[in-house]
Design a protein around this ligand. Sequence first.
Ligand code: PLP
Length: 396
Amino acid sequence: MEKNVFQLLRIKRNFALSLYAVFMIYFDNAATTPLDPGVAELMYDILRNRYGNPSSVHAPGRESRVIIEDARRTVASLLGVKPATIFFTSCGTEALNTAISGAVEGFGIKHIITSTIEHHAVSHTIDHLHAHQKIEVHHVKLAAGGHIDYADLEQLLSCYSNVLVCLMHANNEIGTLLDLEITSQLCKQHHAFLLVDTVQSLGKYQLDFGKLHIHFAACSSHKFHGPKGSGFLYINQDVKIPPLLQGGGQERHMRSGTENIAGIAGLASALNLACTHMVDNRQHITKIRNAMADQLSNNFKGIVFNNDFSERGLYNLINVSVPAGSVADMLLQRLDMEGVCVSGGSACTSGAVSVSPVLQAIGCDPEKPALRFSFSKFNQLHEVDECIKILKSILN
Ligand code: PLP
């Protein structure tokens, strides 16, 4: 009897979850994106049929090896670099940790220049090295809106030698974009090593690492409709660093561990799709983002936009502070109950009540809750109308 009740409850819960998925509005694509169906199919085929260990010499092993090397060539050609500069990892965090720890150990780096609005994968790695007295940290000043103050970056670069600069290309909370030309030129002039976190920008912008003075770039496939648990680190062919993981010596000794074949193939396929349809996707997403921004400002008094709508900001993101109040404090939860998925900060901190350090750094009012809407090629204009209707029913 008791078993039947639980079964019934489970069926009801699964039915409710399926309904939620059908009617849900997913505006949290900076946290993660849904897997592209074409990529899912490719991965499913590999998961079912290509189980050989790429290090094995027999036929199934060689088949898996071919999949990985094809993926490496695809990624490299999309970035204008040689395949030997691409090292597959388990995620963006691992790629960033490998580059930072490897550069400190391999180049004897004593000074890291970074900003106060980096992702925790960068800031916590740097904090850890600092706590163990391996490096000194210098935070570059931020200009209005959370952009890097390039004059201050130059000033810092002129003060120290053997420096690693760690900056993100696109900020995951407010979407500010780093000027890669200026930054890499400054690093070149001052003989500094440069690591760029391209997790939020790769697949959205044409990035040609081969043409820039960049030593490392980190990437994560789940931000452009690829699978989770799959990323890569670009390492400029002129530099060599020690690996983070010791073991079987895979990825030419840079990343030991049996390769995630389906994840790697899925990453390459998703990046290929993103780059092939980049212009159309950008147009579609920008239209949705602008419609959302217009409707937010037309319907709600006292809201403040924290993102940059110009070319210097991510085109798929809106970050907005809403006036404080009892309803506003529960906004994320209320939206979730209505089937709208957005974020209050970065994915790692969503759900946390503490004020986002990024919003703090750009001087946002800590009393006002912030919402991040982030869009993808799968969103539609009618979802904006629906979301605004729901927001009005909660806030007005
Ligand atoms: N860097 C940025 C800017 C991010 O937004 C994220 C994830 O949200 C990461 C790094 C970490 O990437 P991953 O989730 O693949 O570890």
